[in-house]
Write a new protein. Sequence first.
Length: 253
Amino acid sequence: SDNEAFDRVVKTCERPAPNNGNPVAPFIIPAVASLRIKWMLKCARYYFQVGVTPTEDNLSWSVVSQFKDELEALNDAKSKDEGPVPKFSKHQSVAKWLETFGLHLSSTYSVRGMNLRGVIRKVANPPAPVLAQGRPYSEEAGSIETMLELHAPHTSALFKQENATVFRLVNEALSNTQYIHTIAPFRRAADGRGAVASLIANHAGKAHWDKVATENEAILADRTWTGTGNTTLEQHTNLLRKAYALLVEAESS
């Protein structure tokens, strides 16, 4: 590990090899300096992981100390049980289930320390981020966790394992549903990213939202309440309210 490698360097400094047979005075690294250097090494490794070049400015202690605090909080979050994967229900749309599934992935972490939502992010290979002034993350990300989600490379040797975990979760959530056939082509490669993309394209993409918009526009335009049928005014109002909410969601998707 980085800590073990640095500890060996410290011990070498404390017991330097003789120079032409002459003893060399030990170089003692103070404990505080040693701790800061260890965190700077961790921060530099994180920068390389998200495509940022380490510099004197972004490795200053004022920046690294923020990284330290956030990483410790992230490690605490990773130690908590993420709970069972949300199963698909016939009472919800694929689009709604995907939202819930994405939230579940946000609290499920890989061995690289990133949450698994990064596996299904829209852009597989994003451009290198620009750090916010005095921060170890970009303005867009707002945290080191989101930086890892948005920028940790899909070319890493560990991505295959992360992708397979996402497929396992999707497969578990959709078992015994009609949508299991949509992800079947991705089973052999355990391609979770491909499976989710196929679900979006076939059941939650533009065609889906166009259909939702058309259906709910018709409800808002054609449904009237006369007070003579079995529908109460409250039921009619709730129907229109739901149709409007779905129409807004469809137009923004």
